[in-house]
Design a protein around this ligand. Structure first.
Ligand code: SAM
Ligand code: DTB
Ligand code: SF4
Length: 330
């Protein structure tokens, strides 16, 4: 393996070109993994993985038409719409998550955007979870500037808002809001000094160029997201993307490795889709530089591996849950 294939100088770049990222994708698998491990080890403890627990605080009935999502009112999935969860129930769930070892609690709502009438209720959830000693994360759809500022004041550490795919493929998946809408929300979050959690989904029938395009859109933002969730599409009956051809497992691992290389200081989350992955594929994803997961039997509406299984996997691989807070990505 030629030494010059490994970028060890840790330059944080925001000018990635599609050809360069495609060239990383096209490396022999062993060379790509070596480069990703080298970058990973230069920036992180390779045997520590951050764990977050998810809770759906407002389920189903969403006005958006995201083709992958069982919570969209446009599709006929088995998910039924429910109202916003009361504060005490949210805190009960957060307490359980803390007891089972999560360091961050992420609350998701099936909303197109946060309405001002719900802002104070969500802010109270954020403050309540923070008071339990957990890091806080919410994902509530589009935000306005003043809403981001209010959530920061309430103690919000992370806002999750995904770009989902490349600008070119985006219109095949969602028609009810634009790529630019998403970038605008992310800029309000960043300006409010909230950590950005932004990534996407692979396995939606996109091409490699789209996967490269997604990662470039993330890396070329004014700062790299502190957290980059890479979701493997969870196929759900009744959604338009159900029945999509499965993504090759090595292509998934390549996506993790390229994310690690081009966003060297970001946490890369092995996000949705673990329920259908072998232990070996997950181990390979950790080797490629993934260093956070969702932990708990459920994601938002779909299943996640059970916690005993994850604990055993961590033991078998010598992985420990990360406890300390990380420094900011650039
Ligand atoms: N409604 C808000 C929004 O879309 O920003 C927040 C919740 S939404 C469920 C959060 C993210 O979950 C989506 O952006 C998408 O990337 C991911 N997601 C939703 N359904 C998924 C699925 N079936 N498979 C993989 N990821 C999914
Ligand atoms: C993210 O990128 N993935 C999570 C979280 N952010 C909110 C959501 C995955 C949802 C999978 C489908 C479901 O359970 O409804
Ligand atoms: Fe709504 Fe979010 Fe699902 Fe899209 S991904 S339909 S915005 S809940």
């Amino acid at each position: 393996m030629p030494e010059n294939l490994v970028n060890t100088d840790q330059i944080i770049r925001h000018n990635w070109q599609v050809e360069e990222v495609e060239a990383l994708y096209a490396l022999p698998f062993a060379d790509l993994m070596y480069q990703a491990q080298t970058v990973h080890r230069a920036n992180f403890d390779p045997n520590a993985v951050q764990i977050s627990t998810l809770l759906s605080i407002k389920t189903g009935g969403c006005a958006e038409d995201c083709g992958y999502c069982p919570q969209s009112a446009h599709h006929e999935s088995a998910v039924k719409a429910e109202p916003l969860m009361p504060l005490d129930k949210v805190l009960e769930n957060a307490t359980e998550a803390k007891e089972s070892g999560a360091s961050r609690f992420c609350m998701g709502a099936a909303w197109r955007n946060l309405k001002d009438r719900d802002l104070e209720r969500v802010a109270a959830m954020v403050s309540g979870v923070k008071d339990l000693g957990l890091e806080t994360c919410v994902t509530l759809g589009m935000l306005e500037k003043h809403q981001a500022e209010r959530l920061k004041e309430a103690g919000l550490d992370y806002y999750n808002h995904n770009l989902d795919t490349s600008p070119e493929f985006y219109g095949d998946i969602i028609s009810t809001r634009t790529y630019q809408d998403r970038l605008d929300t992310l800029s309000y979050v960043r300006d409010a000094d909230i950590h950005v959690c932004s990534g996407g989904i692979v396995g939606m029938g996109e091409g490699r160029k789209d996967r490269a395009g997604l990662l470039i859109s993330l890396a070329n933002m004014p700062s790299h997201p502190e957290s980059v969730p890479i979701n493997l599409l969870v196929q759900v009956e009744g959604t338009p993307l159900n029945g999509t051809e499965n993504l090759d497992a090595f292509e998934f691992v390549r996506t993790i490795a390229v994310s690690r290389i081009i966003m060297p200081k970001s946490f890369v989350r092995l996000s949705a889709g673990r329920e259908h992955m072998s232990d070996e594929l997950q181990a390979m994803s950790f080797l490629a530089g993934a260093n956070s997961i969702f932990y708990g039997d459920k994601l938002l509406t779909t299943d996640n591996p059970d916690t005993n299984h994850d604990q055993q996997l961590f033991n078998r691989l010598g992985i420990s849950p990360l406890v300390e807070k990380h420094s900011s990505a650039a």
